[in-house]
Design a binder for this molecule. Structure first.
Ligand SMILES: C[S@@+](CC[C@H](N)C(=O)[O-])C[C@H]1O[C@@H](n2cnc3c(N)ncnc32)[C@H](O)[C@@H]1O
Length: 257
């Protein structure tokens, strides 16, 4: 079985460029096995053949393992800390901020940042970078069209000010859209831009192995400016932050020392 698994992940990497070795095996294997059952694949070898030949199943499988759920202003109390404590702290040293939403999924996080910056007149040195491994979610993010359900967590004033209602859908306005640039990127393999004041990487590393998380946090640290801040997800914690050159300044916020 071990051998089958190894063969599967290497064939899957050849197909998708996603390296499943960097994700926690038990969780990943459970997710993959449940998906295999749903498409009646008895073993990894027949499953990989299905993925190669059936575009729709391949797509569903990517959704299943990357888990693209997102929300505007997800965990609103942390956004309040961001707005009231972290951003003013960053603005003490910098007139303009460079910001990155890493693992942005369908764009809710990046657009939340853009709306917050617009609302608070926070100057950006360049458009907000928003990246994800998955091209399909990036296409949706670029369209900026959201269902009623997707915008329900939004403060009503923001919805009114920054969206245009079209039937049951809401389209983000162009001035907010233009504040964000979406790019495809694998956080585990690709190189990073530098000079960020603020990086958000939230709800992305849940299935990464400890080793790949540490490697990623080190790369984020290199991409931050001195005193720049990394904002992580509400179930996450950075162990050995100090060794990485990071210091916790509020729950879920780490500053480069
Ligand atoms: C649950 S969503 C998080 C979206 C947003 N950050 C939030 O908190 O609402 C996780 C995203 O991470 C992306 N992701 C997973 N592995 C990745 C990798 N190696 N590189 C870049 N993005 C990755 C997935 O495609 C998915 O869109």
């Amino acid at each position: 079985m071990d051998n089958d698994w190894d063969i599967f992940i290497s064939r899957f990497e050849a197909l998708s460029k996603i390296d499943l070795k960097s994700y926690k095996r038990p969780q990943m294997e459970r997710r993959i096995n449940s998906f295999m059952r749903s498409v009646n694949a008895d073993n990894y070898s027949s499953f990989i053949n299905i993925l190669k030949t059936n575009r729709e199943i391949y797509r569903k499988f990517l959704d299943h393992i990357t888990i693209n759920v997102s929300e505007f202003f997800r965990n609103s109390n942390q956004w309040e800390t961001l707005e009231k404590q972290i951003i003013p702290e960053l603005l003490k040293d910098n007139k303009k901020l460079k910001i990155w939403s890493a693992g942005c999924s369908t764009g809710e996080e990046a657009y939340s940042l853009a709306m917050m910056c617009s609302e608070r007149h926070i100057n950006l040195s360049e458009s907000i970078l928003a990246t994800d491994i998955d091209n399909e979610v990036l296409d949706k993010a670029g369209l900026g069209i959201y269902s009623e359900k997707a915008v329900q967590s939004m403060p009503p004033t923001y919805l009114k000010k920054y969206f245009v209602a079209e039937g049951n859908y809401y389209q983000i306005k162009d001035n907010i859209k233009q504040m964000v640039r979406f790019r495809q990127q694998d956080l585990l393999k690709d190189s990073f831009e530098r000079g960020f004041n603020l990086i958000l990487c939230r709800n992305v590393v849940i299935y990464f192995t400890e080793e790949s998380k540490q490697r990623l946090y080190r790369k984020f640290c290199d991409a931050l400016r001195p005193r720049g801040v990394l904002f992580i997800g509400s179930t996450e914690q950075i162990f050995q932050a100090r060794e990485l050159g990071l210091q916790s300044i509020a729950t879920f916020f780490y500053q480069k020392t």
